[in-house]
Design a protein around this ligand. Structure first.
Ligand code: NCD
Length: 312
């Protein structure tokens, strides 16, 4: 099914209407459950050119965009920032304009600053699309989509009776912001958040959420526990106490998880700080869906690339 208005760029889930969000999830679900449709994707996109432009570190997102682009038959340029003229001070906008001049059609971009994506979108020619692969603390729309797909595969399409808890460093997390946008759009029954006061944003991010400071209370009876990485690289000194204290108060171990619904699933976007926000026994345990999230990431990115390349 097509999305109206067509998905020229995917910069955020914030203003993506529910039918568009659900179309992307339905498409990704079909792709994830069988390779049959992939041949028609290849027919449509063979030889199209996709660029991975990552100015921040990445393991899962970058690799899965590359695999997704290859599976739909596109040619992928993994732009090597460290060996590029960015090191000589060339701006991101100039880098983008040059690659656009070479005929690159779809840009997957990860940056530390949050307004850059819009600047690039404003400078994009007709026929050129952008997908945000993470901009600072603001958005990570494909992670939000793959998280929703994973929840849906376990809990069904109707989120209205679900209790979903996000735990940890929400302040620095673009994943949390995109998850919250999508959870609201999908009509989630109850959204809870829990973390140390210093790591909870004071703006509209948490509107409509039930905010807890004690994890033992927050986790009571929930269906989905979404753990977040403690983002020490984005943190000022002294924002939290010791890692041991953090683990004691906000870490997810097996005993704490038993307070959630017995069928609760546990997500984490990776990379995990094992022994800090999540214990090994939970990360590798039966309720963890963390590697399923990773697998879904490829399907979600294939669906997103399909839609954006179909506009361009
Ligand atoms: C996240 C990111 O980079 O935003 N990782 C990811 O894309 N899976 C989350 C994080 O860094 O904590």
């Amino acid at each position: 099914m097509s999305i109206q208005p067509p998905l020229r760029h995917l910069l955020s889930l914030q203003d993506l209407p529910r039918p568009a969000l659900e179309t992307l999830l339905n498409d990704a679900d079909r792709i994830a459950s069988g390779p049959s449709r992939n041949s028609s994707l290849r027919e449509r996109h063979v030889g199209r050119s996709v660029v991975n432009l990552f100015f921040e570190a990445s393991t899962r997102t970058r690799s899965s965009f590359q695999i997704a682009a290859q599976r739909i038959g596109a040619d992928v340029l993994n732009f090597d920032v460290a060996q590029s003229s960015a090191r000589k001070g060339e701006t991101l906008l100039d880098t983008f304009l040059n690659l656009q001049a070479m005929g690159c059609e779809l840009f997957v971009v990860r940056v530390a600053e949050q307004d850059v994506l819009q600047t690039l979108a404003d400078a994009s020619r007709p026929g050129v699309g952008l997908v945000n692969a993470g901009d600072g603390r603001a958005n990570h729309p494909t992670q939000g989509l793959l998280d929703m797909l994973t929840i849906r595969q376990h809990k069904g399409r109707d989120f209205s009776a679900l209790r979903v808890l996000l735990v940890g460093d929400i302040l620095h997390s673009r994943v949390a912001r995109s998850d919250l946008h999508a959870l609201r759009t999908l009509g989630t029954g109850e959204i809870r958040v829990c973390g140390p006061q210093a790591l909870l944003p004071g703006d509209a991010t948490l509107d409509g959420c039930h905010v807890f400071d004690r994890l033992d209370a927050a986790i009571e009876g929930v269906d989905v526990v979404m753990m977040l990485r403690l983002q020490r690289e984005r943190m000022e000194e002294g924002l939290i106490g010791s890692l041991d204290d953090y683990h004691r108060d906000y870490g997810l171990g097996a005993a704490r998880l038993r307070r959630a619904s017995p069928e609760a699933i546990v997500t984490h976007p990776g990379p995990m700080n094992r022994g800090v926000e999540i214990s090994d026994e939970v990360a590798d345990g039966p309720q963890s869906v963390i590697l399923q999230q990773v697998a879904n990431g490829v399907a979600v990115r294939m669906a997103v690339l399909d839609h954006v390349l179909s506009v361009t």
